[in-house]
Design a protein around this ligand. Structure first.
Ligand SMILES: [Zn+2]
Length: 155
């Protein structure tokens, strides 16, 4: 089974959001609130504690490649948190319903694949076993927002 990493939003971006209170990519003002949903935080890849954690909402596009940007709203913890690192599926996402959106080497996009809770690691490994798949975007299965980028470990 191929191993993989789930990359959170880069530390450069999250630091700028916390410092400037503007979306680094779009300039829109950042919105701060007490968490009304579990998120997750796109830096540490952990669910927010509803009614307790303070979070920042900003506009983000997950594409580094020359491609059609897909800006959307994402949340991070308002205060600095430890960015997710490590191989495999993040434990902090265990209760978050996700959809996998595979992107191919030729620029085409596969149909979104809803993943049952608890089957994330096996499903992502299976998708990455296809040599066509270059990377996968994880999105929230209900809200549709970007969560993280899945790549083969060592890529
Ligand atoms: Zn966080």
């Amino acid at each position: 089974m191929p191993s993989f990493v789930v990359r959170p939003i880069s530390g450069d971006i999250t630091q700028q959001v916390r410092t400037t209170r503007r979306s680094p990519q779009y300039g829109h003002p950042v919105h701060e609130e007490v968490a009304r949903g579990t998120g997750p935080c796109r830096a540490c890849l952990r669910a927010f504690t509803v009614g307790v954690d303070r979070r920042l909402l900003f506009t983000y596009s997950p594409f580094e490649e020359a491609s059609l940007p897909q800006p959307g709203p994402v949340f991070i913890h308002a205060d600095a948190c430890a960015p997710h690192a490590g191989v495999g599926y993040p434990a902090g996402l265990a209760q978050i319903p996700v959809v996998a959106q595979p992107y191919h080497d030729d620029g085409s996009i596969a149909a979104p694949c809803a993943i049952p809770l608890g089957e994330e690691a096996a499903t992502l490994a299976t998708l990455l076993a296809s040599p066509r798949v270059r990377f996968i975007h994880l999105r929230h299965a209900e809200a549709g927002c970007f969560i993280g980028r899945v790549e083969r470990a060592g890529a």
